[in-house]
Design a protein around this ligand. Structure first.
Ligand code: MN
Length: 244
């Protein structure tokens, strides 16, 4: 049986100005090709009440990219560089992360997803790298989305280094926020040359990994990036927690 993977959606105003759910098919295709069944999790009433209902059935949770995280979640007022926020999405995704961590459900958190996961677990973010004087490299690349524009150094022995079989990797970069303080229980496992945290993973869970880059844009051109989705789906397919 293929594991069922919940994929969070953005709120998108569609035809007739109706709010809807939108997910780039690069995410759902990656889950499918990696062996899972992608299941889109919309906002609206289902999102407001759905975290528990969904996680009772899902085998894994994938948090996707999107708008900024409300700094109220880490005790800050909005800085002038803060972009758009979506309170409904913050509410759903923080509820999903809380319960997924309690259940030790595998989580793959991408870009905004890694930031939401870090904040939910007690960490903080830079609201805006430019106005806070952080991130000397270009983290909002103008190169095509599949292009690895900057390098990250992976922590030897980390899950992500083992999955990829590498000590460093070129990744794409589309973010103006970044992890500042890594949440207790998590650790930074990839950094860019300017010192930003580019990936985190939990010390306590079977598979809880966040990446700041967008592997879903890269795997078709470079199959190395599919390994992350494959390892995630494989972990989701194992219902019993590991013995260690
Ligand atoms: Mn970056």
């Amino acid at each position: 049986m293929r594991p069922w993977i919940g994929v969070t959606a953005s709120q998108q105003i569609g035809g007739g100005d109706l709010p809807g759910a939108w997910v780039a098919t690069e995410y759902t295709d990656a889950v499918l090709v990696a062996g899972g069944v992608p299941v889109i999790l919309p906002l609206g009433e289902a999102g407001a009440h759905g975290a528990h209902m969904w996680l009772e059935r899902l085998d894994g949770l994938m948090l996707t990219g999107g708008v900024d995280v409300d700094p109220a979640f880490f005790g800050e007022e909005p800085g002038r560089g803060l972009g758009e926020v979506c309170p409904e999405r913050d509410a759903l995704e923080t509820a999903l992360v809380e319960e997924a961590l309690l259940r030790d459900l595998p989580v793959l958190a991408i870009c905004r997803g890694m930031q939401v996961m870090n904040v939910t677990a007690g960490g903080t973010l830079y609201q805006d790298l430019a106005s806070q004087g952080k991130g000397a490299l270009q983290h909002r690349q103008r190169a095509p989305r599949w292009h690895g524009s900057h390098r990250v150094e992976l922590t030897p022995g980390s899950k992500i280094a083992e999955i990829l079989g590498l000590n460093e990797l070129r990744v794409n970069s589309f973010h103006h926020q970044a992890v500042r303080d890594v949440a207790p229980g998590m650790r930074a496992v990839a950094r860019s040359a300017d010192g930003l945290v580019e990936a985190i993973e939990s010390r306590r869970h079977r598979f809880v990994v966040g990446v700041q880059w967008h592997p879903e844009h890269m795997w078709r051109k470079n199959p190395t990036h599919l390994r992350l989705f494959e390892a995630f789906v494989r972990a989701a397919g194992r219902r019993e927690p590991a013995a260690d």
